[in-house]
Design a protein around this ligand. Structure first.
Ligand SMILES: Cc1ncc(C[n+]2csc(CCOP(=O)(O)OP(=O)(O)O)c2C)c(N)n1
Length: 339
């Protein structure tokens, strides 16, 4: 198919290669996401979380991240962000299968990724517990008088009801720390809808209460996301202090493989949001603008499936941590609790 000119698309400073990378990340995210659910139903992994609906937000935000400089403090739904800053599908699968070669030695909850090499902080499932850690990392950057780097810290809108969230934003604002708080608002916190989570339903408006800039943006649009997150990260990297961002998206799948979302929302509601599914929408925009041809998209889909299959097979073949290493990294030296 002939490639048309891409002049019509407002790329907000992104080149065609970056646009293709964003789209590939979105495809990979969806493929790996579904693989996690499939493996759980096959009884091969104990648990998986879905990020379907967050693809554009995460792939766009990841493109604004400076590899080797910035620090990512993610939450459990950040598959696309972690892929976008350098985690490989194989590393993702090692986490899901809880194998010994996983960065956490197979001891973490599935989907709780971390990587020292990629600058991804380790985090727990306790909502908002990672936010003071992210602020601590930002404080360290400032304390060491480093410039040109910042922390990107994410969470869901439900997590903004936690005390640590408020304390962290206040502290970061008072000390003008190099950090961006990115809230991925998918309208649900498991079964709690946003209107039961907060009386004032626009998270970004709370920025005024801390004296920092705040902005809400269309998280189904990866280019808009990139431009918004980049502006905030650039401000943080150059001494301008924190920003509170709220990206609007939707969770298409159940909260996790342990959740049945049909007990609290309807198929019709999900179908309504599916009409704006960011993956086919971005594909259409890129094809229309000539950044990708239909044949390119088909080849990319095939490649992503191959990469996912390969990562799945390789990770599944890896061993679990041996039982005698149960206390490794838990107690100092060779000490064992029964001694
Ligand atoms: C302190 C704490 N309370 C409750 C939970 C149980 N829990 C796990 S995820 C979740 C919903 C979080 O929703 P949100 O922050 O909007 O993120 P989303 O999962 O929608 O992406 C809850 C209540 C928890 N893990 N930690």
């Amino acid at each position: 198919m002939a490639v048309k000119t891409s002049a019509a698309l407002d790329k907000r400073g992104l080149n065609d290669e970056q646009l293709r990378q964003i789209f590939r990340n979105m495809l990979l995210q969806r493929q790996l996401d579904n693989r996690g659910f499939q493996l759980n139903r096959q009884g091969k992994v104990p648990f998986a979380l879905g990020s379907e609906g967050h693809e554009a937000l995460q792939a766009g935000a990841a493109m604004a991240f400076e590899r080797g400089k910035d620090i990512l403090a993610p939450y459990y739904r950040d598959l696309g962000l972690c892929l976008g800053v350098g985690l490989t599908p194989y590393e993702i699968m090692l986490s899901l299968f809880a194998r010994a070669a996983d960065h956490n030695g197979g001891r973490q909850f599935p989907n709780h990724y971390s990587s020292k090499a990629a600058g991804i902080l380790s985090f727990s499932s306790i909502l908002a517990a990672h936010i003071p850690h992210a602020v601590g990392a930002a404080y360290a950057i400032k304390y060491r008088q480093e410039t040109g780097r910042a922390v990107l810290c994410t969470c869901g809108e439900g997590t903004t009801s936690e005390g640590e969230w408020h304390e962290s934003l206040n502290f970061a604002a008072v000390h003008k720390l190099p950090i961006v708080f990115l809230v991925e608002n998918n309208l649900w916190a498991i079964s709690t809808p946003v209107e039961k989570q907060m009386a004032q339903p626009e998270v970004w408006r709370r920025a005024a209460g801390y004296g920092i800039p705040g902005k809400r943006f269309e998280g189904f649009d990866p280019i808009e996301t990139y431009a918004t997150v980049k502006e905030a990260l650039d401000r943080a990297r150059s001494g301008g202090g924190p920003t509170l961002l709220e990206g609007m998206c939707y969770r298409f799948l159940a909260h996790s493989t342990d959740d049945n979302d049909m007990t609290y929302r309807t198929k019709d509601e999900v179908a309504e949001h599916r009409k704006s599914d960011p993956v086919p929408r971005f594909e259409a925009r890129l094809v229309e603008a000539g950044v990708l041809s239909d044949a390119d998209v088909a080849a990319m889909r095939k490649d992503v499936l191959h990469e996912t299959n390969d990562a799945t097979d390789r990770a599944e073949a890896m061993p679990f941590a041996p039982a005698e290493e149960l206390y490794t990294h838990v107690y100092e030296g060779a000490w064992q609790p029964w001694q």
